[in-house]
Design a protein around this ligand. Structure first.
Ligand code: HAX
Length: 434
């Protein structure tokens, strides 16, 4: 058993006490009300979930366990001063709220190394899917097929106590997270590199190992991968992928089921697939104007998109009301390592133009860029030009966050989710009476 299990064992009782006290003493306190517009509008702004791993403020952006992105990047252990932090250290922070020591990171990394071997039947499952199936479908299928390995499912059958659920959830999480980059990289090499998989390393950290298995060995790309995995990990629990994970898990479906569901939600163009769509949009723009476009050309292109009834991918957000700090962190990486890259310059120019266009258009509540407006340009620079794979990268990262969230759901004994529906007729009758 690793240090992470001991740590969780020591902190869970105190969290349980806090939640029990709140429900007992303040169970009837109203925290949020819901309007008819919210019911029809995707429950935007309704406070109906608890998430302690991260919190999204509309104007400040994400905080991981109370820390901003710059703080997180600064304080987590890394291989040297110039490097980006180890993603497994970030996972420890999400899980426990504490910054790990190098010793803890090494211990956790060893756990991941010892669990990264993927059973052979998973390769057979992936290989049986037509090669032109979207990479996200191949990835989610592989995760679902791996459900056979779930320790929680086996323990549940044997009659495990509710207070102990978190233990096999944590084991399932480490088993699955360790294998995710191996499976994702296999899919990448299968589709785009003529079926030439690269064996995982037993020394590289989780982030660098993913880059290695995809076939990209530069120090810069390995650092980008670490940054990417941290930035895309957690965004509180109401976004589609995280919420799908909570919902499915609340029925005590194990982590393999819930993460596969999270990936299915992430695969939508209004959510994670926006990273693929955004780079395609940027490349289309560059192709149309033969290189880095001028601001006037971008404005024209943006209006063409809007007037044809489409959204501008990478812009807008359901919660944020400012530039996403995950966008800013990626922009800072680009300014440092690839300032002259034409795709980055285009992304930069789009940032100067599109917010004003969206403001004039007058529909989007948030005209600013989100995480997906930038990520593709960085991948493209380092040679990952296959836009169809971008959401799989996001999926590996998102699993880190949602796995931590759901371990806590089980540790705190959250109930099966079951909000109440009403009919349109009932709403009409209700307002008529008013
Ligand atoms: N381009 C054009 N129109 C947009 C827009 C954009 N980028 N963003 C919002 N709008 C439109 C909406 O489609 C909506 O139009 P209708 O009234 O006709 O339905 C209107 O503005 C109001 O929407 P909103 O309240 O501002 O936004 P929502 O909370 O409903 O949706 C979305 C948030 C992120 C889905 C939305 O901004 C969008 O579609 N953006 C483009 C796709 C995108 O980048 N998605 C990734 C978001 C981040 C993420 O989850 N990453 O994984």
């Amino acid at each position: 058993m690793g240090l992470i299990v001991d740590k969780m064992e020591s902190i869970i009782p105190q969290w349980r006490g806090r939640v029990k006290k709140l429900i007992k003493e303040h169970g009837d306190t109203v925290l949020s009300e819901v309007t008819i517009a919210q019911i029809y509008g995707g429950m935007r702004g309704v406070k109906g979930l608890v998430c302690d791993t991260s919190y999204l403020d509309p104007y400040e952006g994400i905080r991981f366990r109370g820390y901003t992105i710059p703080e997180t990047l600064k304080m987590l252990p890394k291989e040297n001063e110039k490097a980006y932090p180890y993603p497994v250290g970030h996972w420890y922070l999400l899980l426990t709220g504490e910054v790990p020591t190098q010793e803890i990171v090494d211990d956790l990394q060893n756990e991941f190394h010892s669990r990264q071997v993927v059973p052979k039947y998973i390769w057979d499952v992936i290989d049986s899917v037509p090669i032109d199936t979207h990479p996200m479908t191949q990835f989610s299928t592989a995760v679902l097929a791996l459900q056979r390995e779930s320790l929680f499912a086996k323990e549940y059958e044997k009659g495990i106590k509710k207070t102990e659920y978190w233990r096999p959830f944590l084991e399932d999480a480490m088993n699955l997270l360790a294998k995710l980059p191996v499976m994702a990289a296999y899919i990448y090499r299968r589709i785009y590199k003529s079926y030439t998989p690269i064996e995982p390393s037993s020394t590289l950290d989780w982030g660098a190992n993913f880059a290695h298995m995809m076939g990209y060995e530069s120090v810069e790309y390995k650092n980008l991968m670490r940054l990417y995995l941290i930035l895309h990990s957690d965004h509180e629990s109401g976004n589609v992928s995280a919420h799908a994970n909570h919902l499915v898990s609340s029925a005590l479906s194990d982590l393999y089921y819930s993460i596969s569901a999270a990936l299915d939600g992430l695969a939508g163009p209004l959510h994670g697939l926006a990273n693929q769509e955004c780079l395609k949009w940027v490349l289309g723009l560059m192709e149309k104007f033969n290189g880095v476009p001028t601001e006037e050309q971008i404005e024209k292109f943006a209006w063409e998109t809007l007037n044809s009834g489409q959204v501008i991918p990478g812009y807008g957000h359901a919660v944020l009301r400012k530039t996403d700090p995950r966008y800013t962190a990626q922009r800072e990486f680009a300014l440092k390592y690839l300032p002259d890259d034409p795709v980055f310059q285009t992304v930069s120019n789009v940032y100067k133009v599109v917010p004003d266009v969206l403001k004039k258009h007058g529909k989007a509540k948030n005209p600013w860029p989100n995480v997906d407006a930038h990520s593709g340009a960085l991948q493209y620079h380092y040679g990952i030009v296959e836009t169809g794979f971008y959401t799989v990268l996001f999926g590996v990262a998102r699993a880190l966050g949602v796995a931590a969230e759901v371990i806590w759901d089980r540790a705190l004994g959250f109930s099966i989710e079951r909000p109440k529906s009403v009919t349109t007729k009932q709403i009409e009758e209700f307002v008529a009476k008013k």
